[in-house]
Ligand binder design. Structure first.
Ligand SMILES: [Zn+2]
Length: 491
């Protein structure tokens, strides 16, 4: 059946609303509990003049894999198909589905085909409003990347990394915030929150971290952590609401970021990692490039292989130690653009590969592992770095064991694949450093460069499953854009 979908929030009046709840597993941090979700839904229903149909579904899963596999999800879809409601109201984007692919399928195919649009109360996003689509896919993508990172960290027990990410539920709450109870809830500690406010006010006037540390009697490294943690403005580093009242006005928070960034660019050698979303490794020696004042720089001494790989037409002037950040990032954008503008022949190949992706073993993955073993052998001959070679082999052994396990992945239709691929370039173009870091980590398991001539990469398992192998060239030959060499360009 095909009912007419509301094209904007103004068209919601009089439509029937049902509710979708997502509960987290007991003991997990949470301020997005069912009550908070219901509050959000109540307000949205009142705000837009919806009629509460009295229907609701609730799932208790917390991972990114399982929500749509529940009978509850199937029951909700069946009800949507039976035409019992028009709008599915969800409290928080992050409480819906944490898998981009499945979210797109769920919304576009299952729900909207049944005449039901989704309203995300927190962000006031309506999935059937064409103007909201970009933001919706971005939110879904970020929620997924967040969830994956989180589950990976929980699994690996990286307590310290979680602390640095400022994820509530880590072992230590950020300064000025305490966690209490079980499941734990965050609360502001007013005494320390006052110190945080003082630190931000000082930093906004241009005080250095040293000066702020002196004035607040905190360590300088601690000040650096405090002044960059968005939780004080009410957000997690992933952009998700932190579920706590902001201690710092978001405007002041941004002002401090700008002030610190301005100072940083005047002080070479200080790096704020999130400004450099790519994780580039040198194809010649295997070391990672680092972000340095708008450039990605090879650590000294620059290996000969990297240094001599200067871009065509620039050989005479190039020193070959570093290249502009925008060059590398535009190259990745070009790569994603290749995905976005796939022709019919490539689409057929993507679909063929996707169909050939047998659930009994990850054959494409195994092929890549074999190729990587060969590469590692070649690299060993070149660098004689046995330690690095052994580490690679151990990692590949683990990857291979995983690839040989039976898979039970939900199948995508060709149309779904194409839609997903086509959404990627826009997602990249619209994303800031954090978003770009999430996109690259979702698609590329590694990205290796040789100077500014060559970019090689390995796709993540998910990207391989999507058939990106077929949509992407194996290697990207790097060329600066025409007119890319500005005056005063330092290579
Ligand atoms: Zn190198």
């Amino acid at each position: 059946m095909n009912r007419c979908l509301p094209a904007s929030l103004e068209d919601l009046t009089g439509l029937r609303a049902a509710r979708w709840f997502r509960e987290s597993t007991a003991g997990q941090y949470d301020n997005f509990g069912p009550d908070a979700q219901r509050d959000q839904q109540d307000r949205a229903i009142a705000r837009y003049g919806l009629i509460d149909a009295g229907l609701e579904w609730s799932v208790a899963s917390s991972g990114w894999k399982t929500a749509w596999q529940t009978p509850t999800w199937q029951a909700m879809i069946a009800s949507a198909e039976a035409g019992t409601f028009d709008i599915l109201v969800v409290g928080y984007v992050s409480r819906f589905l944490r898998n981009l692919k499945q979210t797109l399928i769920a919304v576009e195919d299952n729900l909207q085909r049944a005449g039901v649009a989704v309203l995300f109360a927190d962000e006031r996003l309506l999935t059937s409003d064409p103007d909201h689509w970009d933001q919706f896919t971005r939110e879904a993508h970020e929620a997924e990347a967040y969830s994956r990172k989180l589950s990976k960290r929980v699994k690996e027990g990286y307590g310290s990394k979680r602390r640095r990410l400022g994820v509530p539920g880590g072992n230590r709450a950020p300064f000025g915030i305490v966690r209490e109870g079980h499941p734990s809830v965050m609360r502001i500690d007013e005494t320390n929150a006052a110190i945080v406010r003082r630190a931000y006010e000082l930093a906004a006037t241009g005080a250095t971290d040293w000066q702020v540390a002196g004035a607040t009697a905190l360590k300088k490294t601690h000040i650096g952590e405090i002044l960059t943690n968005p939780i004080y403005a009410g957000r997690l580093r992933t952009g998700e609401p932190a579920g706590i009242t902001p201690i710092i006005d978001p405007g002041l928070w941004s002002k401090v970021q700008t002030a610190r960034e301005r100072r940083r660019t005047r002080t070479p050698g200080r790096i704020v990692k999130r400004n450099y979303p790519l994780s580039l490794r040198c194809l010649g020696c295997g070391r990672f490039l680092f972000g340095d004042v708008g450039r990605y720089r090879h650590p000294a001494p620059t290996c000969e292989a990297f240094r001599s790989a200067t871009p065509p037409g620039l050989d005479r002037r190039a020193k070959g130690h570093s290249y502009q950040q925008t060059w590398y990032e535009d190259a990745v954008g070009t790569l994603l653009g290749t995905i976005g503008s796939v022709d019919d022949a490539t689409i057929s190949e993507v679909v063929r590969l996707h169909d050939a992706y047998q659930p009994k073993a990850d054959e494409l993955g195994l092929a890549r592992i074999a190729k990587e073993r060969e590469e590692a052998g070649r690299k060993l001959a070149l660098t004689r770095d046995i330690v690095a070679w052994q580490a690679t082999m151990t990692r590949l052994d683990a990857a291979e064991a995983l690839a040989r396990q039976p898979l039970d992945a939900p199948r995508l239709t060709p149309l779904e694949i194409v839609d997903y691929l086509r959404s990627l370039p826009a997602l990249w173009a619209d994303s800031g450093p954090d978003g770009r870091q999430m996109i690259t980590s979702a698609i590329f398991a590694r990205t290796d460069v040789l100077g500014f001539r060559r970019l090689e990469y390995e796709l993540t398992e998910d990207a391989v499953e999507l058939g990106l192998d077929a949509a992407l060239p194996a290697v990207l030959e790097l060329k600066p854009k025409v007119g890319g060499f500005g005056r005063g360009e330092r290579i």
